[in-house]
Design a protein around this ligand. Sequence first.
Ligand code: FES
Ligand code: FES
Length: 140
Amino acid sequence: PASVARYHAKVIDHYENPRNVGKLDKNDADVGTGLVGAPACGDVMKLQIKVGEDGIIQDVKFKTFGCGSAIASSSYMTERVKGLSITDAAKVKNTEIAKELCLPPVKLHCSLLAEDAIKSAIKDYQSKREKRLAAAAAAS
Ligand code: FES
Ligand code: FES
C-alpha cells in the first residue's frame, strides 16, 4: 500500500490555487517553451516564458500533468521567475522550491522538474533568438 504523505499547507495552496496556469503562443518569437518529463514517474511539465528585449521575463505560464507536488512546484516557479532576467531565472534551484514548499525527500524530483522546465524554456527562447539574429544579419 502507498504511504500517505503529509503535505505542507503551501503545497496544498499552490495545488488548489495554481498560479499562472495556461499557455503562451509558442510561435511568438519572444516565447520560450520548456517541455520536460520525470523519468521516475512519467509526469510531464510544460512551462513557457515571454521575454522582453531587455531579457526580463514578462509573463510565465505552465501546464503540469502530474502529482500535486509537481503542480505546486511549477506554480511556485512561475511566481518566482516573473520579472527576473533569464540569467537569474536560470539560477533558481529545485532545492529552493523543495525547501519553500517543505517537500519530503521522495518528492524532490517533482521540484527538479520545475528547475528543468525553466532551464529548457530559457534555452528554447535563446536558440530562437539566435536564429532570428542570424537571419537578420544574413539579410542585411
Ligand atoms: Fe503519478 Fe506523479 S507518479 S502523478
Ligand atoms: Fe513525479 Fe511528482 S511524483 S513529478
